[in-house]
Design a protein around this ligand. Structure first.
Ligand code: SF4
Length: 339
C-alpha cells in the first residue's frame, strides 16, 4: 500500500513537469481516484481481512465475535447473531474445563479445547464422551494420536440404523463388496471396480485420501434416478481411513459399557447447560472481546461449581454427620457440549 502510494505521488510529480495540460488533468483525475478512493479502501479491506483471521464474519461492535446461528431463533428464519462458541467439559455435573472459540462449528473446536485442557495440567479424562457434532475424521485421529478413548458418534450414525437408510439403493454401505477383486456389486448387479486414488484438501488445509470406484455401465439402469444424479456412470468416493475410524466408533458405542457411559451424557451435561442458561438465565455475555468473555464464563463456571458443591453438601450431610456415602470422585469421563 505504502509503496503504491509513493509510486503514485512520484508519477504525479513527473506529469506536472513534462506533459501537456489536458493529459495532465486526465492523469490527475486517475491519481486522485487512486489516492483518495481506491487506496484508502484497499487499506480498509486489508485491516478487515486481518480482523477476520480464518473466520468469514465478525461483528462491528465486538470484532472478536463471529456471526453464528443460535438456538434461540425468535424470528424462525435462521438469523445470524454475533457470538462465541463456548465448549465445556463436565464430570459429575461439575465443570472441569471450558474454552471460548470464535468458530461456529463444534467439530473444529474439539482439538483446541483439549489442547487447552492438556496445557493446564489438569487430570486428563480417560474417556471422552461427546455428541455427534464432534465426530469428524480429524477429531477421531487427534484422539487416537493423543491416546484417549472416545465415545463419539459421527453425524450419520443414527441415520444409518433407520429402515429407510438400509433399504436405500444409493447407499454404498448396502452394497456387496468383493475384497478379492476390490469391487462392489451395485443393486442392479453391475460391477463397480476401483479406478484410482484421489485427494481432497478442505479450506482448513486438511487432506483426505479417497479410493474412487466407478460403475462399469449405468446406461439403461432402471434405478439410475434413485442411485445417482451424474450424467455418466456412478462414482463412489470411499475414504478408507475415515471408514475405519467410524467402524471403531460404532464398536465402542455399541458395546454394553460404552452404551452405558454414553447414556449418561444427557443427564451429565445437559443439566449443567440447563442450570446455567435456563435456571440462572445466563444467555448473553455482558462483556465484549474474547479475553473478557473468557473471564466472564470462568466466573459463571466457578459459580456453578460452588452451587453444585453446596447442593452436594446439603444432600450428603445433615449437621456434621455424613448420612449417605458420597461417591468417590474419579475422572472417568468427560463430556464436551456446545453451550
Ligand atoms: S446407476 Fe449404475 S451403479 Fe447405480 S444401480 Fe444403476 S447400474 Fe448400478
Amino acid at each position: 500500500m505504502e509503496q503504491a502510494e509513493k509510486a503514485v505521488e512520484e508519477e504525479a510529480d513527473k506529469v506536472k513537469k513534462k506533459e501537456k495540460k489536458e493529459v495532465f488533468r486526465a492523469k490527475r483525475r486517475i491519481y486522485k481516484t487512486l489516492s483518495q478512493d481506491y487506496l484508502p479502501r484497499l487499506k480498509k479491506y486489508e485491516n478487515q481481512l486481518a480482523t477476520f483471521g480464518d473466520r468469514n464474519s465478525y461483528s462491528k461492535t465486538d470484532t472478536d465475535a463471529t456471526f453464528m446461528r443460535m438456538k434461540e431463533d425468535h424470528m424462525k428464519n435462521g438469523q445470524l447473531k454475533p457470538g462465541y462458541n463456548v465448549q465445556a467439559g463436565t464430570e459429575n455435573q461439575f465443570i472441569i474445563g471450558y474454552s471460548i472459540h470464535q468458530r461456529p462449528t463444534d467439530t473444529r473446536c474439539f482439538e483446541p479445547h483439549f489442547q487447552k485442557l492438556q496445557a493446564a495440567d489438569l487430570p486428563f479424562p480417560n474417556t471422552i464422551v461427546a455428541d455427534g457434532g464432534y465426530g469428524g475424521e480429524t477429531n477421531y485421529k487427534y484422539a487416537k494420536k493423543e491416546g484417549f478413548d472416545t465415545l463419539i458418534p459421527y453425524n450419520t450414525m443414527r441415520k444409518e440404523q433407520s429402515r429407510s437408510f438400509k433399504k436405500d439403493p444409493s447407499q454404498v454401505m448396502n452394497w456387496e463388496y468383493k475384497e478379492e477383486g476390490d469391487y462392489y456389486i451395485c443393486p442392479n448387479g453391475r460391477k463397480v471396480p476401483f479406478q484410482f486414488h484421489s485427494h481432497r484438501t478442505d479450506r482448513y488445509g486438511y487432506t483426505r485420501a479417497f479410493k474412487v470406484y466407478e460403475c462399469e455401465a449405468c446406461t439403461g439402469c432402471p434405478i439410475k434416478e434413485k442411485c445417482t444424479k451424474a450424467k455418466g456412470n456412478r462414482r463412489v468416493y470411499y475414504n478408507p481411513a475415515y471408514e475405519q475410524l467410524k467402524k471403531e466408533a460404532r464398536e465402542s458405542l455399541w458395546c454394553d459399557e460404552g452404551a452405558q457411559i454414553y447414556a449418561k451424557r444427557k443427564v451429565e451435561v445437559e443439566s449443567v447447560f440447563g442450570h446455567i442458561k435456563g435456571n440462572r438465565s445466563f444467555r448473553r455475555f455482558s462483556l465484549r472481546g474474547i479475553d473478557k468473555v473468557n473471564i466472564e464464563f470462568g466466573l459463571v463456571a466457578i459459580a456453578h461449581n460452588f452451587l453444585k458443591q453446596a447442593e452436594w453438601n446439603r444432600l450428603f450431610h445433615r449437621g456434621n454427620k455424613l448420612t449417605t456415602k458420597k461417591p468417590r470422585r474419579k475422572i472417568n469421563f468427560f463430556v464436551v457440549f456446545p453451550f
